[in-house]
Design a protein around this ligand. Structure first.
Ligand code: SF4
Ligand code: SF4
Ligand code: FES
Length: 364
């Protein structure tokens, strides 16, 4: 950045980098501009028009997310004209958007409704009958699209194409019937979709959401506790947030959803794969063992105490080691165990039994 690369933003002179957008320059200067279709990982689309700003000498308001900050520009982000425009825009969105925030937030936040409340936009400009098609018969297990909540910002389709690189979903249809669909309205299972859930994560209105029963309690995300952890399914080390409903399971709490941290804050840049995002229902699965089992002389498994089970396991392992040496033993752990548990298994193998024969499916 040089002295020549400066713009005036809300009366303050700020430095800008060549090619930087007004939105990015404003964010660096701590000036907030509302957005819905913007995502730092995606090419700007200028689709939602919530980020419009005034530029001296320009007849029309311009989208801050898609306008390069050229040196010398004088940019206004808040004034009566912008406020009038924003409130009208939000009022128009409200004409075909569910007003009941609890109902529209099937788990994911609805940033449009939050913005409507924040800017006190009118919500009495009438209602348009729903005319957008969804795919309620899509048999994929994870992703649901609610057309009435969609504002056609195309964050989901752009994410699918630009980040995931598969273009499984697209804008389809024309005019007021435009919707998000797949080729021939196929189930996502019959497309190139990788069920990464990125479209759910980027959707600003909750139109793309997780299918039940994974979000069993149907609580809005804002009522869940987020606990940051490291995904154990492979060696990448993606950061993820376990969304815990503290009241579930009679107050013991339950993980009811997994989300990715904000883009730009962790190594996975807000992305997750199908396992990291959706494979969490094993935690409270009814098939899960809760007591140790020992195989008896009758060949069947019988419930046992922890002391008896540990003693039987130690006896068996030490017997093999005594007869055939430590490398006759092998220890297999699981990516569904915690990092700490996996650490202890390799410690047990190496330090206690003297073998390096230890494996875990993620090889971490
Ligand atoms: S789940 Fe991922 S791959 Fe499938 S449609 Fe959504 S973004 Fe595309
Ligand atoms: S489903 Fe969500 S992300 Fe996709 S276009 Fe609609 S509002 Fe935007
Ligand atoms: S955020 Fe700029 S047009 Fe949508």
């Amino acid at each position: 950045m040089t002295e020549d690369h400066r713009i005036t933003l809300q009366g303050e002179s700020i430095a800008v980098s060549p090619g930087e957008t007004i939105l990015d320059a404003a964010a660096r200067a701590g000036v907030e501009i509302p957005t819905l279709c913007h995502d730092p990982r995606l090419e700007p689309a200028g689709a939602c028009r919530t980020c419009l700003v005034e530029i001296d000498g320009w007849r029309r308001l311009a989208p801050a997310c898609a306008t390069v900050a050229h040196p010398g520009m004088i940019v206004t982000t808040e004034n009566a004209r912008i406020d009038r425009h924003r409130r009208s825009l939000l009022a128009l969105y409200a004409t075909d958007h569910p007003a009941d925030r609890a109902a529209s937030e099937m788990g994911a936040p609805d940033q449009l409704l939050a913005m409507t409340e924040r800017y006190d936009a009118p919500t009495d400009w009438g209602t348009m009958p729903p005319c957008r098609e969804g795919r309620p018969d899509d048999r994929n297990p994870y992703i649901h699209y609610e057309p009435d909540t969609c504002i056609l910002c195309a964050r989901c389709t752009r994410y699918c194409a630009e980040v995931e690189g598969v273009s499984a979903i697209t804008l389809a249809g024309r005019g007021s019937q435009t919707t998000i669909s797949t080729v021939d309205r196929l189930s996502l299972l019959d497309t190139t979709c990788e069920l990464c859930g990125g479209c759910v994560d980027v959707c600003p209105t909750g139109a793309m959401t997780e299918k039940l029963p994974l979000v069993r309690e149907q609580k809005p995300e804002r009522e869940l506790e987020k606990i940051r952890t490291t995904c154990n399914y492979c060696g990448v080390g993606c950061q993820l947030d376990l969304n815990v409903d503290p009241e579930a399971n009679d107050g013991r709490g339950a993980v009811v959803k997994v989300t990715s941290p904000e883009p730009g804050t962790t190594t996975n840049d807000g992305n997750l794969c199908v396992k990291g995002r959706f494979a969490y229902d094993f935690i409270d699965h009814p098939d899960r063992l809760t007591v140790p089992l020992i195989r008896g002389a009758d060949g069947a498994l019988h419930e046992a105490s922890w002391d008896d089970a540990l003693e039987a396991a130690a006896r068996g392992l030490l017997g093999v080691k005594a007869r055939h040496g430590p490398d006759a033993l092998g220890f297999v752990s699981s990516s569904r165990c915690t990092v700490e548990e996996n650490y202890l298994v390799q410690k047990l193998a190496r330090a206690v039994f003297g073998t390096n024969n230890v494996h875990q499916c993620a090889a971490t």
